[in-house]
Design a protein around this ligand. Structure first.
Ligand SMILES: *Cc1c(COP(=O)(O)O)cnc(C)c1O
Length: 385
């Protein structure tokens, strides 16, 4: 028992500081979520286009699937016997959408980031990463042997200063700049156009851009901020997840064919883990094609996002958001927790985000919009704030 006491004490400490995490059972239907009997509008969902909530889409997909092709397991890594035709088909769909560039699939966005970064970096690589990149990229950087420096969040001038400092160093062969396009906690975005301009001036730079929150949401076809800024061909490692707007599971990389082959030979989470079920991959391909033409959902999402950003500022709060992820900055943790409880009582499921996830004194209510939400619902939410 003494061995377990150590963990029990740590848990007690978390509980006392109000930071204990627990699973909460829920039921979801359309735009709503039900928790311990209370029905609320779901303002914490990553189903940005409402595709995961759509029952007709599931029916349509399942009707097309003969049961003998419904493989619920691939039973192997793709390098052994797991490479079912569904994988090739999905990669072909991605490749076609992304101007013929190569595509490679991963079991999740997390696998992708913890796998690619260690594989492409050696001791002569420098990684320059935005201060607020997702934990999966931080973990990928930690697993790599690269040197690592962070630049201030979304501060491309600071990035440029660091490049001027390190670029001439002969011990550094390549510099991988790692960022997200839309950031998950602030809902703000990188100026990809400016980033590409910087890359053009520094020959050792490769760009690694995670579009987890932008795929499906930005660009005419939903190909992300890279499509919106017309820089798809300029991003060396264009990555994203199917787990959010694309209503499925898995990660993808758009890259040069050399990088694709290199990763198949070197990336450990790709080599040593059973590939996703072929049925899952078939569903991703089905949803991917629906996503490309979901302009109506994208326009509506854009409209309600602008509306909420403005309403919050009019109400006297600050919010850095330029996207469908709209934090309401409150300040102290307890105030953010209270605000979250209050809006939940009023039928809105939005969660507080506290330090250390975000900087001190910037605790917030994090609102994540989907295209299933209507303007009048946002009016009622803002009235509660
Ligand atoms: C959600 C997220 C991931 C992880 O993707 P999963 O497919 O859920 O593992 C990676 N990067 C960013 C920026 C994310 O927001």
């Amino acid at each position: 028992m003494a061995l377990l006491d150590h963990y029990a004490q740590q848990l007690d400490q978390l509980k006392q500081s109000g930071n204990l995490r627990q699973f909460v059972a829920n039921q979801q239907q359309g735009a709503t979520i039900q928790i311990t009997g209370q029905q609320m509008l779901n303002l914490s969902s990553n189903d940005y286009l409402g595709l995961a909530a759509n029952v007709e889409l599931r029916e349509e997909f399942l009707q097309q699937q003969p049961v003998e092709r419904c493989y619920f397991s691939s039973s192997s890594s793709r390098l052994l016997t797991g490479n079912y035709e569904e994988y090739e088909q999905l990669e072909a769909s991605l490749s076609q959408a992304f101007y013929g560039r190569s595509a490679l699939l991963f079991n999740s966005g997390y696998h992708m980031n913890i796998g690619i970064l260690p594989a492409i970096c050696d001791s002569r690589t420098l990684i320059l990463a935005d201060k607020l990149v997702h934990a999966s990229m931080i973990d990928g950087i930690r697993l790599s042997v690269a040197k690592y420096v962070r630049y201030r969040h979304n501060d491309l001038q600071h990035l440029e200063q660091l490049l001027l400092k390190y670029h001439a160093n002969d011990d550094i062969e390549r510099i991988v700049v790692v960022t997200e396009s839309i950031f998950s906690m602030d809902g703000d975005e990188t100026d990809l156009d400016a980033l590409v301009q910087i890359k053009r001036r520094f020959g050792k730079v490769m760009l690694y851009v995670d579009e987890a929150h932008a795929i499906g949401v930005r660009g005419e076809q939903g190909l992300g901020c890279a499509e919106q800024y017309q820089v798809i061909n300029e991003i060396d490692f264009l990555v994203g997840t199917f787990g959010k707007a694309v209503a499925s599971i898995g990660g993808y990389l758009i890259c040069d064919p050399i990088i694709r082959s290199y990763l198949i030979n070197t990336m450990r989470p790709l080599i040593f883990s059973t590939a996703l079920p072929p049925l899952s991959i078939a569903w991703t391909n089905f949803i991917w094609k629906k996503m490309l033409t979901a302009q109506k959902q994208r326009q509506h999402l854009q409209q309600i996002s602008n509306y909420l950003q403005n309403s919050i500022i009019q109400k006297g709060y600050s919010s850095p958001s330029t996207s469908h992820i709209v934090p309401v900055i409150i300040g102290e943790s307890q105030a953010a927790v209270n605000m979250s409880k209050y809006v939940q009582t009023n039928g809105f499921y939005a969660m507080p985000v506290r330090p250390p996830t975000v900087p001190q004194h910037s605790a917030r209510l994090r609102i994540s919009l989907t295209s299933l939400i209507q303007i009048d619902e946002l009016d009622r939410l803002v009235a509660c704030l």
